[in-house]
Design a protein around this ligand. Sequence first.
Ligand SMILES: Nc1ncnc2c1ncn2[C@@H]1O[C@H](COP(=O)(O)OP(=O)(O)O)[C@@H](O)[C@H]1O
Ligand SMILES: [Mg+2]
Length: 316
Amino acid sequence: MGVEIQVEHLTKSFGKQVIWRDVSLTVPAGEICVMLGPSGTGKSVFLKALIGLLKPEEGSIVIEGTDIATCSEKDLYEIRKLFGVLFQDGAMFGSMNLYDNVAFPLREHTRKSESDIRDIVMEKMDLVGLVGAEDKLPGEISGGMRKRAGLARALVLDPEIVLFDEPDSGLDPVRTAFLNQLIVDLNAQIDATFLIVTHDINTARTVPDNIGLLYHKHLAMFGPREMLLSSEEPVVRQFLNAQRVGPIGMSEEKDATELAAEEGQELPPLPPIALQLEPSNGIPRRSQREPGEWCRQNGITPPPGSFRPEAAVLSG
Ligand SMILES: Nc1ncnc2c1ncn2[C@@H]1O[C@H](COP(=O)(O)OP(=O)(O)O)[C@@H](O)[C@H]1O
Ligand SMILES: [Mg+2]
């Protein structure tokens, strides 16, 4: 069914280095959220905090009434069963074929018979379009196939929440487009809560129901896709439109001199908001909304040309 994740006033540091502070957001049950942010802003750290691999110093992460930030190891063990995680590189065991990689969590965490395991593994391989590749080793297949195999493994315990750490890293634009469609289809089919960390602007603009942006040690904004895509807030606008003009600099925040040099520089208009990617399997998504609904309800005029089938998707 998918469950909600409620994050409140979360702060994470390593020693004296604050990664982010006072992060509050609710990942709604069954919806797709994308978390964006420049490299090194703590997106992976955020995912690890959600599954209890890293302890935040302050704040709470409540899932089904349990606070991950403070609960016992025993409760954490139970809560973790709700999660499926697709790590950045697929995190496959190189010496095991895809079948054994996908079967691994079932053999580790359940007492299912090998014949039940076979049914589940084949079902998940089918979901991600990998039937026939069971005997391949991770090193023998393309990056796109490895991601899909990692996804099959993330789904094998029927998670309520699926976390994706840069599923599109290292993939070409066409493979990314296929993977994005697969993610949207899977969300409709298994009805779990999806949280995707990425810095792919196309993915962020077309896949999720909600977008968050981590920047400069805090959550700059979090909300419905249309809210961020129509936002004039400088950091959000710069990042979601992949522009140089704005507060984000080459390696960190721009300083006062750099910003002064940009004074008066004309910003390009906001591009049209593309339609959200729809499931290709005919299954409606639980969180499906009318295009433009958020803008209408909030009295925001979307950029011209928005929500037309041909509305351009940013090409980067
Ligand atoms: N286990 C750790 N111990 C100390 N520092 C860490 C640890 N994990 C991550 N960091 C630091 O936290 C910061 C954010 O890392 P990360 O979450 O990987 O960024 P992102 O995924 O956004 O690129 C980096 O400066 C990184 O060095
Ligand atoms: Mg990362």
